[in-house]
Structure formats: structure tokens, C-alpha cells
Ligand binder design. Structure first.
Ligand SMILES: C[S@@+](CC[C@H](N)C(=O)[O-])C[C@H]1O[C@@H](n2cnc3c(N)ncnc32)[C@H](O)[C@@H]1O
Length: 291
């Protein structure tokens, strides 16, 4: 019932799948859209390790892909070297990281990711993790909330938004997406543009809850540890914070020597792809190769 359309799948397959019988990492398996596309292009001896923090997504991907060449693993991609080592794999022929959340997670109200849907303030990718967005909103101090709204949401009204939350939680526990949206409204003002004024605050909470940028900052290390010579790493980012982190990590690898950028500038989806899948709108692809 849930869907997620893989972004730039043919282009990524062409750039990444340099060895038809190779071993690959899909660091963010999601519903397995990219992996399914890749397996259709790969040989019978190929393998893909599909990692995801979300046990529900993993279960759905395993059913949908339904292919013995896929090994699904419940883990964050920063742990990929250790997870693959447990399977006796120390070198791979390519890796994909499709960052952020899937359409399925956004569309499911029970996950609490979308401010457009009434639901619990959850936002955990990994539903076995203790910390939820509700814990952050109800317990973190003013300066920490202000910091994450600024750093992870690039929100201009970070402090007024954090103050509104502290005022509200004196009398009530904040438990739902709609409640948070209403609490933030006086601090953020009415909706003027296409995007809702609380969008950046929701993004910041999601990033903080899942420690997303700390994971993104590990991608170069994962590539350095796992990629064999000639293998490539591809990263799809969806906002400037992620893209900057990847750009800088790739730059550092190239400067260190033994790596080259496959595409000098980011690749972006075509107008037609964005028409067919509006969530592709902000996607940017960077690819690096180990020499
Ligand atoms: C954009 S979706 C991937 C969609 C997938 N490429 C497809 O075509 O179906 C991102 C996925 O990454 C997962 N995720 C986010 N951060 C992660 C991390 N640090 N490690 C592993 N998975 C992560 C999310 O749970 C989500 O399922």
C-alpha cells in the first residue's frame, strides 16, 4: 500500500554498477526501489547488502524485492563496515546513500514526520530507539532547542519558536504534530509562501531525533573502509546541510589523493522526473570513485 519512487535510478545504476557480478551496499534500503532496479541490471552472482534503521521499511523491502541476492540488515549505514564484516565482506564494488526519509515514512501519520497529518510526535527512523521528537520537545532546554532549530532548520525565528514550546509545556505535554503546529503558530506567523511556516522546525526535530548529520559525516569513512579500487560511492541529498557535508567530505578525499569526482557538478533530476515525482525536486547526486 505504501510507495516510494526511487530517484535518478537509471542514472545511478549506470554510474554505480561497474561490475555486474559485484557486491554492493545500499546504505538506505527504504522500500527497496533502488535495490530492485539495480538487481534487474546485475548478474546472478551479484549481492546487495541493504541497510536501514527502520525495521518496518526493511520488512516491506524484503517482501517487495524478494530476491536471495539481497541481504537486508537492520543497522545505520555508519555501521556498514562492521555489519558487512560480520558477513565476511570487507570490500565492495559500490555504495549508495539515499538520504533522509522515504515517502512511505512521510505519508504514514503514525510516524509523526509530516506536519500535514495528525499523528504522534515520533519521527524516529528506528522505532526501537528510545528518543522521540516528543522527548526532545518536552524535555530539552531552551538553548538546545534554539540551537537545533538554527543549525538543523536554518530557522530565523529559532528562539521565539523554542520559547513558545517552553511556555506551552508548562501546562501540557506536547504529544501530537497538530498540537506542536498550533503552539508554534504565534511565534512563526501565518503561512505566506507555499511551504508551511513550521516546516523548518519539523525538519530540525527529525534531524536531531535521528542524529542524521552525525551519520552523514561518517559517509567518507564508510567509503574509505569498504570501496575497492575502481569502485564508486553515490550520495543523494535533499537539503543544503546534507549536501554541504558530502561536498566537503568528497573534497577532502580528493585532496588526500587516490579519489576522483565522477561528476564535477551535482546531477539533478530532469523536469520530467520532477513532474512525475515532485519529491525529486530538491534531490542532488554526487558520485566519487576510488582510484
Ligand atoms: C529516501 S529513503 C530510501 C529509499 C530507497 N532508496 C528506495 O528507493 O526505496 C531513506 C531511507 O533511509 C533510512 N535511513 C535514514 N537514516 C539512516 C541511517 N543513518 N542508516 C540507515 N538507514 C537510514 C530511512 O529509514 C529511509 O527508509
Amino acid at each position: 500500500m505504501w510507495t516510494h519512487i526511487p530517484i535518478l535510478a537509471p542514472q545511478i545504476a549506470q554510474l554505480l554498477l561497474t561490475r555486474p557480478q559485484g557486491t554492493y551496499l545500499d546504505g538506505t534500503l527504504g522500500l527497496g526501489g533502488h535495490t530492485r532496479y539495480f538487481l534487474n541490471q546485475l548478474g546472478s552472482q551479484a549481492r546487495i547488502f541493504g541497510l536501514d534503521k527502520d525495521p518496518h521499511a526493511l520488512r516491506m523491502a524484503t517482501e517487495r524485492v524478494n530476491d536471495p541476492r539481497l541481504t537486508p540488515c537492520h543497522a545505520g549505514y555508519a555501521q556498514a563496515p562492521q555489519v558487512l564484516a560480520q558477513h565476511g565482506v570487507h570490500q565492495i564494488d559500490g555504495a549508495l546513500f539515499d538520504l533522509g526519509l522515504s515517502s512511505y515514512q512521510l505519508d504514514d501519520p503514525s510516524r509523526g514526520f509530516s506536519l500535514l497529518r495528525e499523528g504522534p510526535l515520533d519521527m524516529r527512523f528506528d522505532t526501537t530507539q528510545a528518543l522521540s521528537a516528543a522527548d526532545i520537545v518536552n524535555t530539552w532546554p531552551l538553548d538546545e532547542l534554539t540551537r537545533i532549530f538554527k543549525e538543523f532548520g536554518e530557522e530565523r525565528r529559532a528562539e521565539p519558536a523554542a520559547r513558545a514550546i517552553l511556555d506551552a509545556r508548562r501546562t501540557q505535554r506536547i504529544t501530537t504534530t497538530t498540537q506542536l503546529k498550533q503552539i508554534l503558530q504565534p511565534a512563526l506567523g501565518p503561512q505566506r509562501a507555499r511551504v508551511h511556516p513550521a516546516t523548518q522546525i519539523f525538519q530540525a526535530l527529525r534531524i536531531a531525533c535521528n542524529q542524521e548529520l552525525a551519520q552523514v559525516a561518517q559517509i567518507a569513512h564508510v567509503l574509505q573502509t569498504l570501496l575497492s579500487p575502481g569502485a564508486r560511492g553515490a550520495v543523494l541529498t535533499f537539503h543544503s546541510l546534507e549536501d554541504r557535508l558530502i561536498k566537503n567530505q568528497f573534497k577532502a578525499l580528493v585532496q588526500q589523493g587516490g579519489w576522483k569526482l565522477v561528476n564535477k557538478h551535482t546531477l539533478v533530476p530532469s523536469h520530467d522526473e520532477i513532474q512525475a515525482n515532485p519529491r525529486a525536486r530538491s534531490a542532488k547526486l554526487r558520485v566519487i570513485e576510488r582510484l
